[in-house]
Ligand binder design. Structure first.
Ligand SMILES: [Zn+2]
Ligand SMILES: [Zn+2]
Ligand SMILES: [Zn+2]
Ligand SMILES: [Zn+2]
Ligand SMILES: [Zn+2]
Length: 331
């Protein structure tokens, strides 16, 4: 190995170490490191690894060396379904998104923008004009987008190719029933045929687990266009002549238990360490903090730092912080 090769290997190792652990694991499993700098062609197996990476990992990897950058940029299959989520979502703007989507060379199939707060109506429209065959457009909590901007985008897509099948609009503000009717007509949806949603099955990424063509609907209580849930409680189903209707509503109108998704009366909920709403039945079953006796809901149960095996239970974040403060204060 000559001097330049040694230097090259050293640089490569340094850059590999700076990669996120998930990428290092995937690459080291395939022993790609040496192959990548020895040959002018990337190892075949690398293309398999690339398909498993998310956008953030792909962009990080493409900064390792020219060879990887070209391999990633030129592989159109990697760019047909673009998902922008944390940590990229807060940083990505119209220009950057246009650059990434242009790698699909007009063949973008799905564009999923989770909480991308810097994307504007004009930016999205430009991308859509270049990619008329989009089948999925998910823009939940993209707060700069306006209902009229989204209507323009959806109309433009359906005018050009009519392939759009799924639209996710949770937390796009000021949507009205009229906007919703336009979306139904563009996507040829009969709103009566949409499946009822239960809060429990929604989880952390509601937009991804819903199988309906459009996620939002008109809340029967407040008439706003939002995510609307029905009740899984047997008692609610049997009580009402029109099952599932009475406690159907958005989360502001009908608060729901994080544990079972059932409707709850706010006066009859158990206190939680994460401040989420939990019904008394679910509250009784959840493990409690050793000091304040409050549980975390299922969604936040990952926060639990279990005490060592010789003691049982856990101490919640609030109690831990209070304890640390108390220990640090002078007696
Ligand atoms: Zn409502
Ligand atoms: Zn419950
Ligand atoms: Zn109910
Ligand atoms: Zn506590
Ligand atoms: Zn919680």
């Amino acid at each position: 190995m000559d001097v330049s090769q040694t230097e090259n290997t050293k640089n490569h190792q340094i850059t590999m170490l700076s990669l996120p652990q998930s990428i290092q694991d995937k690459l080291s499993g395939l022993k790609l490191g040496k192959e990548l700098i020895k040959t002018s062609q990337p190892h075949e197996a690398m293309f398999l690894v690339l398909t498993c990476l998310n956008l953030f990992e792909l962009l990080t990897l493409s900064r390792v060396c020219r060879l990887l950058k070209d391999a990633i940029d030129d592989d159109i299959l990697l760019w047909l379904d673009i998902v922008v989520e944390s940590p990229l979502n807060m940083r990505i703007n119209d220009d950057k998104l246009l650059k990434f989507t242009s790698k699909a060379q007009g063949r973008l199939r799905s564009l999923i923008l989770m909480n991308c707060v810097r994307i504007t109506d004009d930016g999205l429209h430009k991308i859509i004009e270049n990619n008329p065959h989009l089948e999925k457009l998910y823009i939940p909590s993209c707060t700069q987008l306006t209902p009229d901007g989204v209507v323009r985008v959806v109309k433009s897509l359906t005018d050009q190719s009519n392939k759009l099948k799924f639209l996710r609009l949770e937390n796009v503000h000021n949507l009205t029933e009229e906007h919703l009717q336009i979306f139904h007509s563009c996507l040829k949806i009969n709103p009566e045929e949409q499946k009822p949603k239960v809060y429990l099955s929604y989880g952390l990424f509601p937009a991804l687990s819903d199988t309906n063509a459009i996620d939002v609907e008109v809340c029967p209580k407040c008439k706003d266009v939002k995510l609307v849930f029905e009740c899984p409680r047997e008692t609610c189903r049997s009580k009402n002549k029109r099952p599932l209707q009475a406690c159907k509503g958005c989360l502001l109108c009908i608060p729901r238990c994080e544990g079972c998704g059932g409707c709850v009366d706010v006066d009859e909920t158990g206190e939680t360490a994460c401040l989420d709403v939990v019904c008394l039945d679910c509250w009784l079953q959840l493990p409690k903090c050793n000091l304040c006796n409050k549980p975390y809901c299922h969604r936040h149960a990952d926060n639990i730092q279990w005490s060592p095996p010789y003691s049982s239970g856990f101490v919640c974040d609030t109690c831990s912080a209070e304890m640390e403060q108390w220990l640090a204060s002078p007696c």
